[in-house]
Design a protein around this ligand. Structure first.
Ligand code: M6R
Length: 366
């Protein structure tokens, strides 16, 4: 049932090109220049007239929500707030019937996320679900929604659920951007065409597996790791750190790269591996200066870079390449090497990758 892979997690990492394709199939019609999502079409007015979108989720799904914040604000120009469901539900939040709440959950059974939905509904907000499990409690409780088509995710560490959540949320943002007239026809088509190339670019990113195994062997005995990224790749840094923590039991922290100088830089010495997402688009030059700061303090730099990058290669101890794409789509690629890295480190440390200690696949209690 693991399809020849040693663990479900590895199988699910490798399923991502297919899972992403299944998620946009029938929704992304690049040749016609269209995005079709019935849950959006039927509720277009609610989205377009929303004061803001509030996203609630937990764990990895919360990280997908953070990526969505960048996408929705950047492309569709709708204000977004991202909340931990557990905090949101207990802090008497200000919610009105002009708010749209998006709940993101792989399992559709997370207790805190479900409670946040009920609260928002009581206050009159329109609630939209992004779930993987068909017919799950959250899918039933929401007013409308869009499923991710990742297929069953068995490994406790979420992988393909994360990239398919980002895929759905990107499609939503694109559809809303179009409806709001934020995009020229040419720019819109460029996005759709590029999104269609993502599965093959994920495939390409998976080809670094052998190199990543070598890097994993170098850092497997670390006790602490830092993950840094900016912009769209800040949430990817958080997700990379979570993935390492939960399956290898190595302490890891994710930070926006610019926050380093406000504290974490004090931790950097020759024993500290720093995983930096430094892809070409966006804030590349700024990330390069962050890398220089780490290097001058003798930190070990493992950088995720765009194919053909030379500047970071000269500075870093290791580089892992991903194909070039639009900035807003980079999280779908930069996540892949970080998943593989935590997987190999956990395996080398003899950890139970698919069922890490103290964790459950669905967190049905608060
Ligand atoms: O099923 P959900 O997406 O609601 O689950 C949320 C979190 O419990 C989940 O993402 C958790 O953080 C994963 N183990 C992370 O890999």
């Amino acid at each position: 049932e693991k399809g020849g892979y040693d663990h479900f997690m590895l199988k699910e990492i490798y399923e991502q090109p297919r899972a992403i394709k299944d998620t946009y199939r029938g929704r992304l019609l690049a040749d016609q220049g269209l995005v079709k999502m019935s849950g959006i079409e039927q509720n277009m007015e609610k989205f377009i007239n929303a004061n803001r979108i509030i996203i609630v989720a937990c764990g990895t799904s919360w990280h997908a929500g953070l990526v969505a914040e960048y996408i929705f604000e950047d492309l569709a120009r709708i204000p977004v707030e991202v909340e931990y469901a557990s905090e949101f539900r207990y802090r008497n939040p200000v919610i009105t019937d002009k708010d749209v709440l998006i709940a993101i959950s792989q399992s559709g059974e997370t207790a805190d996320t479900l409670a946040a939905i009920k609260l928002a509904k009581e206050k009159g907000a329109f609630v939209f679900g992004v779930c993987n499990v068909v017919g799950s409690s959250i899918a039933r409780e929401t007013d409308a929604g869009a499923y991710t088509h990742a297929g069953p995710e068995i490994g406790v560490a979420s992988t393909k659920a994360f990239t398919t959540q980002i895929t759905v949320l990107t499609l939503m943002a694109l559809r809303l951007a179009k409806a709001k007239g934020e995009f020229s026809e040419t720019k819109y088509r460029e996005y759709l065409t590029e999104l269609e190339t993502i599965p093959s670019k994920v495939e390409k990113s998976l080809e670094s597996n052998a190199l990543i195994e070598i890097i994993a062997d170098v850092y497997k005995d670390s006790t602490n790791c830092l993950y840094l990224g900016r912009g769209y790749n800040f949430p990817v840094a958080l997700e990379g750190a979570l993935k390492l923590k939960e399956i290898s039991y190595i302490h890891a922290e994710g930070y926006p790269a610019a926050e380093m100088k406000h504290g974490p830089i004090a931790l950097i010495d020759e024993h500290m591996p720093v995983f930096v997402i430094a892809t070409k688009k966006g804030h590349y030059e700024k990330v390069v200066s962050n890398i220089q700061e780490i290097k001058s303090r003798k930190g070990k730099i493992i950088a995720i870079v765009t194919e053909g990058d030379e500047q970071v290669r000269d500075l870093a101890d290791h580089v892992i390449e991903v194909p070039e794409t639009l900035e807003s789509l980079t999280p779908l690629l930069t996540t892949i090497p970080l998943q593989l890295l935590s997987y190999h480190i956990a395996v080398m440390r003899g950890c139970n990758v698919d069922q890490p200690r103290n964790l459950a696949k669905s967190v049905t209690v608060e």
